[in-house]
Design a protein around this ligand. Sequence first.
Ligand code: 13P
Length: 252
Amino acid sequence: MKKTTFVIGNWKLNPSSLTDAVKLTAEVTKKYKADEQTVVAVAPGYLHIADVTKKIGRKAIAVAAQDVATEPMGPFTGEVSALQLRDLKVSFVIIGHSERRAMGETDEIVQKKIQVALKYNLIPVICIGEKDRDAKGDFYSFVEKQIKAIASVLTAAQIKKVVIAYEPIWAIGTGKTATAADVKEMQLFLFSTLTKLYDRPTAAKVPLLYGGSVKKENALELHKDGGMDGFLVGGASLKADDFISIINATKR
Ligand code: 13P
C-alpha cells in the first residue's frame, strides 16, 4: 500500500488581511484535487482560522494552527488553547517551529505542547532542525537530542500519532534548500534514531516531512529522492498555484 503523503502550508504571519486569507483559501480550494493518498493542510494565523475553515467547506483540506498553549484553559493572557482550536475544527498543530524556538521556546515547552495537543486530539507537527551544518556532521547529534526530547514524553502508541518535520534553520526562507541527498540522509538518520528509541514498525508509522525553501521548482526532486513523506512549506504556500504544484509533485 502506498504511504500517505502530507503537504502542509505554513502561512506564518501572512497575509495581512482576512480578505486576502480567504481569497488564498478560495484559490487553493478551487484548484486542489483530493485523493486518498495525500493529506493537505493550511496553517493560517489564529485570527483567520474560522473563516479559512468556513471557506474550505467540505473540501478535503485540513486546517492547522501554528502553535498552541501549554495549558487547556485558565489565566494565560494572549494564549490560544488546544480546546479552542479543536472547537474550530483544527486538526493539526505545528509545535516547536524554529521561529518560536528562537523566541525562547525550549524542549520542555515543546514537550508540554505535544502532550496537550495529543490529549485534545490535535495532531502535532513537531519541528526539528539544526541552525548550521558543520562538515564534521555534529548537526546530527543536535537533531538526535531534539528527537530524544520528544520521544522522552511519548509512548510508542503516541509517537505514531505525531508528524515530525525536519526543517534545517539555514534553509528556512533563505532559498538555500538541502539537496535531495542531504534530505535522504536525514530521513535515514531519523528513521534509525526512532527505531533505536522504539522499534522498526513503530518508526515506520511516523510521517517525516522536509521543510526549508521548498518550491515548485525543487519539489519533485526533493520528494522523489529525499525519501520523506511530504513537505512543510512556508513562502511558496502563499501562492495558490505554487502550493498546488508542490502538492502535485508529491503525486508523481
Ligand atoms: P520556507 O518554505 O519559506 O523556507 O519556510 C519553511 C518553513 O519554515 C515552514 O514551516
